[in-house]
Write a protein that binds this ligand. Structure first.
Ligand SMILES: Nc1ncnc2c1ncn2[C@@H]1O[C@H](COP(=O)(O)OP(=O)(O)OP(=O)(O)O)[C@@H](O)[C@H]1O
Ligand SMILES: [Mg+2]
Length: 330
């Protein structure tokens, strides 16, 4: 089966950051390859600043990649002209973390939802019907359609943002931390809504979060990102039960109950020799070797001198770490 989304070696350099930034730029995404099959959900996890949003924006060509290939439904996006691209654009929608900045405060929700439908050439009577259906779908009363964003709670606003994304009848939705700005009590409702919508419309999801529990619950496959790269990828149940990369193990150990499940794997700096600490600091400065080495309890000389690439363990489980052996010998 052909993948719905296929990225190869996607790189994104942000220009204009820091001294000499305009010239050299900042490599926020360093060669990401991943694919997502139709009706599936891929979860991308990693700590703040590792490049998740940058990758998502590059993937949708909101902020095109510096290099690399992105195929959607078999079509290489970089080859499309403006008009053709617009057709694809509708099929790929994104929901961001903050519903407040996603909605125009000066527009009623009716008008916000109308915009996309007008662009798609849908007439007034049909628009009214669709807006009613969309609002019902996300659990907002049609009677509230003439209200403005500030009259809704955070969770309701996110429902409206989701309805607006669905108004384009997408087949692919990128959900970039869709619940992390919401009260914990509301988060579950939005997650349930997203799960129901996925089933009802056979949607394909890229779900971005730093919450590993949530991602493993929502997604079939998970990729762990560290400093612009995927360092481990596997089916969700494998990734959380048999994490291989020391970074994944650290992330899992940091969630409640995680340390017992995976064996804590932290770097105890007090136990390190002065030489090792100096080597770690030098490696961080030099930017050679494994990017995780400065934080890694398993690191040795090999990790200082060469950066590991992703390699296969078993059953689609891939990891970039010199110190991880294939499963049988672990
Ligand atoms: N437009 C930009 N110009 C320059 N640097 C940027 C720009 N956008 C992001 N960055 C930098 O790129 C890196 C990755 O940022 P990004 O927002 O993609 O991370 P993230 O994984 O989504 O983080 P979070 O979990 O906090 O949302 C960060 O160091 C950030 O400061
Ligand atoms: Mg982000």
């Amino acid at each position: 089966m052909e993948h719905l989304v296929e990225c190869r070696d996607v790189v994104k350099i942000h220009r204009g950051r820091g001294i000499g930034g305009a010239k050299h730029g900042f490599k926020a995404v360093e060669g990401i390859s991943l694919s997502i099959d139709r009706d599936r959900s891929y979860g991308l996890v990693g700590e703040s600043g590792c490049g998740k949003t940058t990758f998502a924006r590059a993937l949708l060509y909101l902020d095109p990649p510096t290099s690399g290939s992105i195929r959607f439904d078999g079509v290489e996006l970089s080859t499309l002209g403006r008009r053709e691209f617009r057709k694809f654009r509708k099929r790929m929608q994104i929901v961001f973390q903050d519903p407040n900045s996603a909605l125009n405060p000066k527009m009623s929700i009716h008008d916000s939802l109308s915009e996309g439908l007008i662009n798609r050439g849908i007439g007034e009577a049909e628009r009214a019907k669709r807006i009613k259906d969309l609002l019902e779908l996300v659990g907002i009363s049609y009677a509230y359609r003439n209200r403005y964003p500030h009259e809704f709670s955070g969770g309701q606003k996110q429902r409206i943002v989701i309805a607006r994304a669905l108004s384009m009848e997408p087949d692919f939705l990128v959900l970039d931390e869709p619940v992390s700005n919401l009260d914990v009590s509301i988060q579950g409702q939005i997650i349930n809504l997203l799960t129901d919508l996925k089933n009802e419309f056979s949607l394909t999801y890229l779900f971005i979060s730093h919450d590993l529990n949530l991602v493993s619950y929502m997604c079939d496959t998970m990729g762990v990102m560290f400093k612009g790269k995927i360092v481990e990828e596997a089916a969700s149940e494998i990734l959380v039960s048999k994490p291989s990369h020391p970074y994944t193990r650290r992330l899992l150990a940091s969630i409640p109950g995680g340390a017992e499940r995976t064996g804590a794997l932290g770097l105890d700096e007090e136990e390190e020799s002065v030489e090792t600490l100096a080597a770690r600091a030098a490696s961080r400065q030099a930017g050679v070797g494994c990017p995780y080495y400065p934080y890694c309890p398993l690191g040795d000389d090999e990790c200082v001198s060469s950066a590991p690439s992703l390699r296969q363990l078993e059953g689609g489980h891939v990891v970039s770490c010199h110190k991880v052996e294939p499963a049988e010998s672990r």
